[in-house]
Every structure is written in C-alpha cells, then in structure tokens.
Design a protein around this ligand. Structure first.
Ligand code: HEC
Ligand code: HEC
Ligand code: HEC
Ligand code: HEC
Ligand code: HEC
Ligand code: HEC
Ligand code: HEC
Ligand code: HEC
Ligand code: HEC
Ligand code: HEC
Length: 338
C-alpha cells in the first residue's frame, strides 16, 4: 500500500514537472486532468490533514492552555509525552506540547464553549466531534510506521476506531503504553466481550493469570493477517511459544501442520487442553470411516454400560494409544503411538 502511494506520488510529481506532458494534459481538457488525478490519488488512503489546521489558528503555547485546563495538566504531567515534550523536545512539533496533538489553539480561545467553534480545535472525545481520520492523523505525525505500518485498512481502522479508543495520553492510567485501562487485556475487553468469556472458560491460555496478553499474539494496530496476528499465520503465532510443536517430525500429522485451530481454540474452551471438540469426537470429525475408530461404540462399551468401557473413550481416548498426536520422530511412529 505505502509502496503504491509513493509510486503514485512520484509519478504525479513527474507529471506536473514535465512541461510537455503537462501541456498535453491541458490540451485534453479539465476532464482528463480530473480523471488522471483521481486515478493517481486513489491509492493515497490517509486523508490529508485539515488545511489550514483549526481554521487557520496560530500556536499560543502550553502556558495559555494550562491556565484554564489545570486539572488536565496535573495528570498530563506524569506521562511520557509531557516528559519528552517539556524536558527534551526533539523538534518544533514536540515543543508545541498540548498543541502538538490538539493543533494550534488561538481560535479555541475566542469561544471555547460554543459548539459551532469546535472546528477550531482537534478533540479526541466523541462529544467534541472531530472526524476520526483527523484525530489519527495528528498522532501519526509522530507515530507513523513501526508497529503501525498496517494501520490503514486494518479491522480497527476500518471500523472507525481512533487511537484514543485504546490510548489516553492525558493521564498515566497503565504502567506502560498510555492505555485507557490499567492493563492491555482490560482495554481490549471493553469492546471484545466474547473474548472475555472465552478466557474465562475451564481451559484457557494463561492470560487471566497474567502470563501473556492479547498483544503477544495480536497487533491491535493491524498486520498482514486478517485477524491482526503478529505473524503471517496461526501456526507461526503458536510456534513462537510452543516451539517444540514446529518439529521437524519424521511422521507429521497433516492437520497439525495445516492449522493448530483444526483441534484447538486460540483463546479458551470448555473442553480440556483448549480442544474445540471433546475427545474422541475431536478425532472422529476427520477419522470417521477408516477401521477401528469408526466402530467405537456399542452399549456395552459406553461408560456405565456394563462391560469395561472402551479404551477409545476413557481417559485420553484415542491418545491412550496414539499419544504423539502432534507428530512423531520414532522410526515406528507412523501411527503416532510412540
Ligand atoms: C479561556 C480558557 C481556555 C483556554 C485558555 C483553553 N481552553 Fe480548552 N476549553 C475551555 C473550555 C471552557 C472548554 C469546554 C468546552 C466544552 O466542553 O464545550 C475547553 C475544551 C477543550 C478541549 C475539549 C475537547 C473535548 O474533547 O471535550 C480541549 C482538548 C481543549 N480545550 C484544549 C485546549 C488547548 C490545547 C488549549 C491551549 C491551546 C486550551 N484548551 C486553552 C477553555 C479554555
Ligand atoms: C499526545 C497527545 C496529547 C497531548 C500532548 C495533549 N493531549 Fe489532551 N487529549 C488527548 C487525547 C487523545 C484526549 C482524549 C482522551 C480521552 O479519550 O479521554 C485528550 C483530551 C483532552 C481534553 C478533554 C478531555 C479531558 O480529559 O478533560 C482536554 C481539556 C485536553 N486534552 C487538554 C490538553 C492540554 C491542556 C494539554 C497540554 C497540557 C494536552 N491536552 C496535551 C491528546 C493529547
Ligand atoms: C509531536 C510528536 C508526538 C505526537 C503528536 C504524539 N506522540 Fe506519542 N510519543 C511521542 C514521543 C516523543 C514519545 C516518547 C516515547 C518515544 O521515544 O517514542 C511518545 C510515546 C507514545 C506512546 C508510548 C508510551 C509508553 O509508555 O511507551 C504512546 C502509546 C503514544 N505516544 C501514543 C500517542 C497517541 C495516541 C497520540 C495522539 C493522540 C500521540 N502519541 C501523539 C511523540 C508524539
Ligand atoms: C485497539 C486498541 C489500540 C488502538 C486503536 C491503538 N493502539 Fe496503540 N497500542 C495498543 C496496545 C495494547 C499497545 C501496547 C501497550 C503496551 O505494550 O503496554 C499499544 C502501543 C502503542 C505505542 C507504543 C509502542 C510502539 O509502537 O512504539 C504507540 C506509540 C501507539 N500504540 C500508538 C498508537 C497510535 C498512534 C494509534 C492510532 C493510529 C494507536 N496506537 C491505536 C492498543 C491500541
Ligand atoms: C473501541 C472498541 C474496541 C477496542 C477497545 C478493541 N477493539 Fe478489536 N475490534 C473492534 C471492532 C469494532 C472490530 C471489527 C469488528 C469485529 O470483527 O468484531 C475489532 C476487530 C478486532 C480483531 C479482528 C477480528 C476479525 O474477525 O478480523 C482483533 C483480533 C481485535 N479486534 C483485537 C483487539 C485487541 C487485541 C484489542 C486490545 C489491544 C482490541 N481489539 C480493542 C473494536 C475494538
Ligand atoms: C495465544 C495467542 C492469542 C492470544 C493471547 C489472543 N488471541 Fe485473539 N486470536 C488468536 C488466534 C490464533 C485467532 C484466530 C485467527 C484466525 O482464525 O485467523 C484469534 C482471533 C481473535 C479475534 C477474532 C474473533 C475470534 O474470536 O476468532 C478477536 C476479536 C481476538 N482474537 C481478540 C483477542 C483479544 C481481545 C485478546 C486478549 C484478551 C486475544 N485475542 C488474545 C490468538 C490469540
Ligand atoms: C505468548 C506465548 C504463547 C503463545 C503465542 C501461544 N501459547 Fe499456548 N500456552 C502458553 C503458556 C504459557 C501456556 C501454559 C503452559 C503451562 O501452564 O504449562 C500455554 C498452554 C497451551 C495449551 C494447553 C492448555 C491446557 O489446558 O493445558 C494449549 C493446547 C496451547 N497453549 C495451544 C496454543 C495454540 C494453539 C497457540 C496458537 C494459537 C498457542 N498456544 C500460542 C503460551 C503461549
Ligand atoms: C489433530 C488435533 C490437534 C492439532 C491439529 C493440534 N493439537 Fe495440540 N493437542 C491435541 C490434543 C488432543 C492434545 C491433548 C494431548 C494429551 O492429552 O496428551 C493437545 C495438547 C496440546 C498442548 C498441551 C500439551 C502439550 O503437548 O504440550 C499444546 C501446547 C498444544 N497441543 C499445542 C498445539 C499447537 C501449537 C498446535 C499447532 C502446531 C497443535 N497443538 C495442533 C490435538 C491437536
Ligand atoms: C482436521 C482433520 C483431522 C483431525 C481432527 C485429526 N486427524 Fe488424524 N489425520 C488427518 C489426516 C488428513 C491424516 C493423514 C491421513 C493420510 O495420510 O492418509 C491423519 C493421520 C492420522 C493417523 C495416521 C494414520 C495414517 O493412515 O497414517 C493417526 C493415527 C491419526 N491421524 C490419529 C488421529 C487422532 C488420534 C486424532 C484426534 C486427537 C486425529 N487424528 C485428529 C486428519 C485429522
Ligand atoms: C487401544 C489402542 C487404540 C486406541 C484407543 C485407538 N487406536 Fe487407532 N490404532 C491402533 C492400532 C494398534 C492401529 C494400527 C496400527 C498399525 O497398523 O500400525 C491404529 C490405527 C489407526 C489409524 C490408521 C488407519 C487405520 O484405520 O488403520 C487411525 C486413523 C486411527 N487408528 C485413529 C484412531 C482414532 C480416531 C481413535 C479414537 C477414536 C483411535 N485410533 C483409538 C490402536 C488404537
């Protein structure tokens, strides 16, 4: 995406700086110019910041803001931004402090309360009404790239989330990351109730225990994968901690290589070991018409059926015998029994 847009920019530059081309376009008439520029402009996803910012306001300096907004300033003082901007500003933008994020403030001072005057200042609350694209553009002035390489087009950006839906730079609420809630997980749970429920299930990744967090697997700012995983695939994500499951194995079990989620839930499950389906049904979803495993039950074999229950149901079910279900390195491990 970024490559496309920079290409578009350079070719746009070439067009406008190349005299003969420019004349040619003029000769084609306004319609052609509109057509060409609209085609060229299309890949440029981030909308341009408002021009001029805050209705042509000028910077007034943070001392003026602080005079009215003392409470906000008290909390802001404890944040990394306050430290960076006040103690060691690296450029002019950082020196603007409050106005680095809220934009130049002179017009805001004229009539701070009038709703019609709200175009005169960038606000980050829903009530203030600044368009989301304008809000994120302010933060992106300093935080473009890095983890936010794939922000544009990510599920969060497409659903009109603003940086301030997760971050609150006005106060130090979390130990790191200037988040809205005290922890990463709580920040995510404010919207993702289903996942809160998943992680409360009987078997779950140790996230409520504080061993891992959502961002061990996801990049909430977007990634190359649809579900914003930090790696290209589900399996790569799992291997990053469960390295032994990567193999290589002499005898591979096809569904393990294909996708761990063939058998496991990523967040939590009411079946043991995060399994999507209880054993032995988990196995029987795929192994339904081969030899012994399909003819599993008769009344006598079921638990409480009179006879000794089948080894294929009790305990670890199929894995009583096929124990090396993720793959085997034993020369005789073709059936994952060793
Ligand atoms: C004369 C006092 C005064 C000064 C100086 C002042 N403000 Fe305000 N500001 C207000 C008042 C009053 C409101 C509340 C307006 C409302 O809620 O309708 C406000 C609202 C805001 C908001 C609210 C946005 C929201 O989302 O609700 C922001 C941000 C803000 N000011 C930033 C600044 C900045 C940055 C400066 C310095 C450039 C500044 N203010 C200077 C009085 C002032
Ligand atoms: C790093 C960017 C950034 C800087 C610097 C910054 N703000 Fe904010 N400000 C925000 C964001 C984001 C919000 C919305 C917070 C929220 O969602 O509650 C906000 C909210 C506000 C609000 C309205 C909500 C509230 O907390 O009452 C005021 C007023 C305000 N800022 C004033 C200031 C002043 C004064 C300064 C300088 C001392 C300042 N801001 C510096 C980003 C910034
Ligand atoms: C003028 C530049 C500038 C702007 C604008 C800006 N930031 Fe920052 N931000 C910084 C600097 C400098 C740091 C200090 C850490 C660093 O060196 O990267 C920082 C740090 C952060 C951190 C990391 C905090 C931590 O504890 O590690 C977050 C999160 C953040 N900014 C979010 C935002 C958001 C959200 C906005 C928009 C509302 C914003 N920033 C606007 C310059 C900026
Ligand atoms: C869906 C929630 C969410 C949204 C939306 C979001 N962030 Fe973050 N951001 C996080 C979390 C979670 C962290 C990790 C915090 C930690 O490690 O403590 C983070 C970390 C950061 C950091 C510090 C780490 C780094 O990359 O340097 C910065 C800066 C940052 N975000 C900026 C932004 C900006 C700018 C936006 C808007 C374009 C944004 N974030 C939108 C959740 C979010
Ligand atoms: C302000 C609400 C909000 C917050 C906070 C939030 N999200 Fe989201 N998230 C959404 C919306 C809306 C979508 C897109 C709709 C959907 O698929 O549920 C989404 C989508 C996602 C998806 C992709 C789902 C898919 O099917 O493609 C993931 C993964 C995700 N969020 C993770 C996180 C993480 C991790 C955090 C915390 C750092 C977080 N979200 C915080 C609102 C939020
Ligand atoms: C152990 C890694 C891991 C952790 C930790 C994790 N996720 Fe996920 N998440 C995944 C995987 C893998 C998927 C499925 C991806 C796919 O199917 O492509 C997923 C899917 C999602 C989805 C899409 C809908 C769904 O449930 O399938 C959302 C939303 C989501 N995660 C949010 C979160 C939130 C919020 C947290 C933290 C509370 C979190 N995740 C923690 C790995 C993880
Ligand atoms: C950030 C590291 C991390 C990632 C990534 C990760 N896991 Fe885990 N996983 C753990 C930890 C820690 C445990 C708990 C181990 C323990 O308590 O001994 C665990 C436990 C498990 C368990 C056993 C649960 C139980 O009830 O005993 C399964 C199954 C599992 N993970 C599957 C997966 C799958 C599938 C993925 C990829 C979607 C994945 N893990 C990604 C860290 C991770
Ligand atoms: C064919 C179904 C299946 C697939 C696919 C699968 N697993 Fe498992 N996994 C299981 C079963 C069944 C158990 C319970 C094992 C037991 O009781 O011995 C388990 C247990 C685990 C455990 C906890 C016990 C242990 O062996 O460490 C982890 C961690 C785990 N799986 C990770 C993964 C990862 C990572 C992937 C993808 C590379 C994956 N699994 C793919 C069926 C599967
Ligand atoms: C998502 C589908 C799927 C699931 C679930 C699944 N398997 Fe498999 N399994 C396969 C495929 C595909 C093969 C390879 C078959 C082949 O090569 O002919 C295989 C091979 C095997 C083999 C070796 C058989 C052979 O012919 O080489 C055994 C044993 C086996 N699976 C046992 C299990 C057990 C036990 C479970 C439950 C823990 C399970 N499988 C779950 C798809 C699955
Ligand atoms: C009592 C031990 C035992 C249990 C329990 C068991 N198996 Fe087997 N399984 C075997 C043996 C022995 C073989 C044949 C091995 C060989 O030919 O090398 C086999 C072979 C297989 C094969 C290879 C293809 C075939 O039909 O020969 C598959 C697939 C399989 N089992 C799946 C399952 C499934 C699914 C379950 C659970 C419903 C299960 N097994 C339970 C012992 C067991």
């Amino acid at each position: 995406m970024s490559k496309l847009s920079s290409d578009a920019k350079t070719s746009m530059k070439q067009l406008t700086s190349f005299p003969s081309l420019r004349t040619a376009i003029i000769a084609f008439g306004g319609a052609a110019v509109v057509l060409v520029t609209s085609i060229l402009a299309k890949p440029d996803a981030p909308p341009p910041p408002p021009e001029p910012l805050n209705g042509g306001a000028t910077y007034v300096g943070e001392a003026v803001c602080v005079a009215c907004h003392q409470t906000q300033n008290k909390q802001f003082t404890h944040t990394v931004h306050a430290n960076a901007f006040r103690l060691n500003p690296k450029n002019d933008l950082q020196k603007h402090s409050c106005e680095a994020c809220h934009g130049p403030g002179s017009n805001h001072l004229k009539d701070p309360i009038s709703p019609s005057n709200r175009v005169s200042l960038i606000g980050y609350t829903k009530e203030w009404g600044t368009p989301v694209a304008q809000q994120t553009a302010m933060c992106m002035n300093c935080h473009e790239g890095g983890q936010r390489m794939f922000w544009q087009g990510s599920p969060h950006a497409s659903n009109q989330l603003s940086c301030s839906d997760c971050h609150n730079p006005m106060a130090k609420v979390s130990a790191t990351g200037l988040l809205k809630k005290q922890t990463i997980n709580e920040t995510c749970y404010t919207c993702h109730q289903q996942q809160r429920a998943d992680f409360a299930k009987r078997s779950h990744m140790p996230l409520p225990e504080g061993k891992i967090s959502c961002v061990d697997c996801h990049n909430p700012h977007g990634s190359t994968s649809k579900t914003m995983l930090k790696t290209d695939s589900v399996n790569e994500t799992c291997y990053s901690c469960h390295a032994e499951k990567r193999g290589p194995f002499l005898w591979e079990h096809a569904p393990v290589r294909e996708n761990c989620l063939s058998c496991h839930n990523a967040h939590g499950s009411n079946h043991e070991k995060l399994l999507t389906v209880a054993r032995p049904f988990s196995c029987q979803q795929c192994h339904d018409n081969t030899n012994h495993q399909s003819n599993l039950y008769n009344a006598g074999q079921l638990v409480g059926g009179g006879a000794a229950p089948s080894t294929r149901i009790i305990g670890r079910a199929c894995q009583n015998c096929h124990s090396q279900i993720h793959g085997s390195n034993h020369p005789a491990g073709a059936r994952f029994q060793r």
